[in-house]
Design a protein around this ligand. Structure first.
Ligand SMILES: [Zn+2]
Length: 301
């Protein structure tokens, strides 16, 4: 059974090989040095080696202006160039037009309709559901993708059972949304839990967005913490995936990799892939719209 784990990191681009602006170069987490032989920057691409592949993935999609989340994520999770369809990059949360594209082309529903076992590892809190119900917040592209496939959102019981991850990886932020009594876990334990969950499914996705928030705040202290969390988390995913999972790490647009600006960037994003056939999968990914089709082709073998 083929199995794919997609780790989607919001606002995580491939920047300059310059530690003055790029925390991924300044802090140079060992996992990237180990996987690709150098810091994670545009200078490292493309890399095809025995441990992993790294390709620079275009997020501009042929449309002027800074790449944004709603259209970029729709491109990743549907394969449709949503920016071209809408005529611009759209930030934040999708409106009715993008929601329609997601409903028609969402990768989770396509895979599920073709008999694959699919899931999202993210836990949604009761607070989140209340805010959506009260129309105080809108679902993200990823959430619409999950719901569009008829899947139930994982929540607190799954978190307690080690069968889901909080968006921050370590559970530290849960008390902010009134979820108490869930222990803080190490990024390594979260990584093992995610990889083990992925071994029970054909396709598993996980979304992390603290990178985008940190980039908008240009917060170097937080960036150092995030870099360390991601390094430990991805290391554990790598060790637990044991060549059984094809792991794809990617993003919707740049931001975190340039803390000299508070906006998104025009940089490409990294697509880092390891596991069976990672070379041929990586070779097919040029821009955000190629990701879901590359994963689908791999699963269909
Ligand atoms: Zn953003």
């Amino acid at each position: 059974m083929r199995k794919v784990l997609l780790i989607f990191i919001d606002g995580f681009g491939l920047g300059e090989n310059n530690g003055k602006i790029n925390p991924l170069v300044r802090f140079n987490p060992s996992i990237f040095q180990w996987l690709i032989g150098s810091p994670l920057s545009v200078a490292a691409t493309p890399a095809f080696n025995s441990k992993a592949c790294l390709v620079a993935t275009d997020a501009k999609l042929g449309i002027a202006g800074l790449p944004q989340s709603a259209t970029g994520q729709t491109a990743i999770f549907t394969g449709v160039n949503a920016s071209a369809v809408m005529g611009r990059h759209i930030q934040g949360f999708p409106g009715p037009s993008l929601a329609k594209i997601i409903a028609e082309h969402g990768v989770l529903s396509k895979l599920r309709n073709n008999g694959f076992r699919v899931t999202s590892a993210n836990a949604y809190t009761p607070r989140y559901m209340e805010l959506v119900k009260a129309r105080k917040r809108r679902h993200s592209v990823t959430t619409l993708t999950i719901l569009g496939a008829g899947l139930k959102l994982r929540s607190v019981p799954e978190l307690e059972a080690g069968q889901a991850l909080n968006q921050d990886i370590t559970n530290e932020m849960l008390p902010i949304v009134d979820v108490n009594d869930i222990p803080v876990i190490s990024p390594a334990l979260a990584g093992r839990r995610l990889a083990n969950l992925a071994k029970d499914h054909n396709f598993t996705m996980f979304e992390y967005f603290q990178t985008d928030r940190c980039g908008h705040k240009m917060d170097w202290d937080k960036a150092e913490i995030i870099t360390a969390v991601l390094a430990e988390f991805l290391t554990a995913v790598y060790e637990t995936s044991e060549n059984e999972l094809l792991v794809v790490v990617t993003s919707d647009h740049g931001n975190f990799e340039d803390l000299s600006v508070k906006t998104h960037t025009y940089n490409p994003v990294p697509t880092i892939i390891w596991g069976p056939e990672c070379r041929s999968v990586a070779a097919n990914i040029k821009d955000l719209t190629d990701i879901s089709s590359a994963i689908t082709r791999y699963l269909e073998g």
